[in-house]
Design a protein around this ligand. Structure first.
Ligand code: MG
Ligand code: MG
Length: 250
């Protein structure tokens, strides 16, 4: 069931979104060689709690930290650790959620550690741009869920990368994951019709190699099956009468 939000609820979601975006930006500023993923997680938790919010991911399905932090061929759901130290040339995906006022925000970004390869930068650029292609598709009158996925996957494929199919974006609001699913692939003109008041997390996960992924024995971390680099970019998006608003963009 899709929960459509009224303007007051979207206003509350702006607060959750802002805190989420701020926490992600603070962690991004701290990304450098020698920093552990546990340190980044602690920056995120500290900011969210300082704002009177709760980290959405902490304890979600038993997840042990406030952020998912995934390096290089890890796509999503990496568990922060004192033993995971960032190295020059790595790319690090940080995924954050904050809950306040009854609503969640959810946002992710891929950050370079120092100088990175041209292909890693290409992957980051393609992933970010594919997100905006998805938002643009969602903004068109009469758009459906399939339009978002078709726009994302069409662009990613055209740029020589692969879209992860096994994990998808989602509705978001009172719950971190609500209906509808928002796949990063699909057929234009198909699926649920988008309407004003829907709030969705659009989140392309893009691999430099093949689309296949595998889950590690830790029960969380998802890696590319072929060991190629992966990137992730996500914002919580509200569809309003005035067009899409990126609630987690700061
Ligand atoms: Mg996320
Ligand atoms: Mg999400």
């Amino acid at each position: 069931m899709i929960f459509v939000k009224n303007p007051e609820q979207i206003r509350l979601m702006k607060t959750a979104g802002r805190i989420t975006g701020e926490a992600l930006a603070l962690a991004g500023e701290a990304v450098r060689e020698g920093v552990s993923t546990a340190q980044l997680d602690s920056i995120i938790r500290h900011h969210i709690e300082k704002c009177g919010a709760k980290p959405s991911f902490l304890g979600y399905g038993g997840f042990p930290a406030s952020a998912c932090i995934s390096i290089n061929d890890e796509v999503i759901h990496g568990i922060p650790s004192k033993k995971r130290i960032l190295k020059e040339g790595d790319i690090v995906k940080i995924d954050v959620g904050a809950f306040i006022g009854g609503f969640h925000g959810d946002s992710a970004c891929t950050f370079p550690v120092g100088r990175i390869s041209a292909e890693a930068q290409h992957l980051i650029d393609v992933t970010r741009e594919s997100f905006y292609r998805g938002v643009e598709a969602a903004a068109k009158a009469g758009a459906r869920i399939g339009d978002i996925g078709a726009a994302v996957d069409g662009y990613v494929t055209q740029m020589g990368c692969s879209t992860v199919k096994k994990y998808v974006g989602h509705g978001i609001g009172h719950a971190l994951h609500e209906d509808p699913s928002v796949p990063n692939y699909g057929t234009a003109g198909r699926g649920v019709r988008l309407c004003t008041g829907m709030t969705i997390a659009i989140e392309p996960m893009v691999n430099l190699g093949g689309a296949a992924v595998r889950e590690l024995p830790d029960g969380w971390t998802v890696k590319t099956a072929d060991g190629s680099l992966a990137a992730h970019y996500e914002h919580t998006v509200a569809l309003t009468a005035d067009g899409p608003i990126l609630l987690t963009k700061v």
